[in-house]
Design a protein around this ligand. Structure first.
Ligand SMILES: C[S@@+](CC[C@H](N)C(=O)[O-])C[C@H]1O[C@@H](n2cnc3c(N)ncnc32)[C@H](O)[C@@H]1O
Length: 207
């Protein structure tokens, strides 16, 4: 099977799918992430694959710094405390440490999902939190089989938490985790995942 490189994936119809929900508000983010998203004054929040940024606009205040990052330039207007970056999350990184990194139903479309988790965890300030929807069955071996428990064990062994029922991955900073998998490429013909939307399978070789 030929796997897609990042540039080809970013222009794939699965990643550009107009039926995916890009409009969640803050209540939807709380529901998906299972937390209250209460922002202390001074909080620096990065939301990867932010979609329209509606949730971010609802949370925005003068005393917090919120950055939304998405491939597509379709976000609500920026304002004090809220900015947007139009970029692939695979290549972007913040200028300094952050207190909260979220990715709400974005990893399903990313090629190197594990590489993004490792990089995002490394951005966290002490006590900072990373939380993301993550379907481990989207991470595959060359023979197409999912890594399943091998992956959840590797995540936990390297400081991540994984809630199998909610399909949520999290990490508390600071840290520079590593995961023993080498990324080979992506498949955008994987079909729908548990969200009902077509998703991207990501292929790895165990190290
Ligand atoms: C299902 S939507 C979720 C949007 C938002 N988080 C929400 O819940 O409303 C997934 C988003 O991921 C973005 N996306 C997919 N791959 C991306 C990538 N490699 N870099 C940046 N954004 C990406 C898509 O453009 C889309 O806006």
């Amino acid at each position: 099977m030929s796997l897609l490189d990042d540039e080809t994936l970013w222009s794939s119809s699965v990643v550009a799918n107009c039926d995916m929900n890009r409009e969640r508000g803050l209540a939807g983010y709380r529901r998906e992430l299972g937390g209250d998203l209460a922002l202390e004054p001074g909080t620096r929040w990065v939301d990867l694959c932010c979609g329209s940024g509606k949730a971010l606009a609802e949370a925005a205040r003068d005393d917090v710094t919120i950055t939304g990052v998405d491939l597509v330039d379709h976000h609500v207007p920026a304002r004090d405390g809220l900015s947007f970056v139009v970029a692939p999350v695979d290549r972007w990184e913040p200028a300094g440490p952050v207190d909260l990194v979220t990715c709400v139903h974005g990893l399903h479309y990313v090629g190197d999902k594990l590489g993004l988790l490792v990089r995002a965890a490394s951005w966290l300030a002490p006590g900072g939190q990373l939380v993301a929807n993550f379907d481990v069955s989207g991470v595959r071996r060359a023979d197409h089989s999912p890594f399943g428990r091998v992956l959840t064990k590797a995540l936990r062994d390297n400081g991540f938490s994984y809630d199998t029922r909610k399909r949520l991955v999290s990490f508390e900073g600071p840290g520079r985790p590593r995961l023993p998998f080498a990324y080979s490429g992506a498949d955008d013909r994987a079909g729908p995942n548990y969200t009902g939307q077509p998703a991207v399978h990501s292929y790895y070789e165990p190290l």
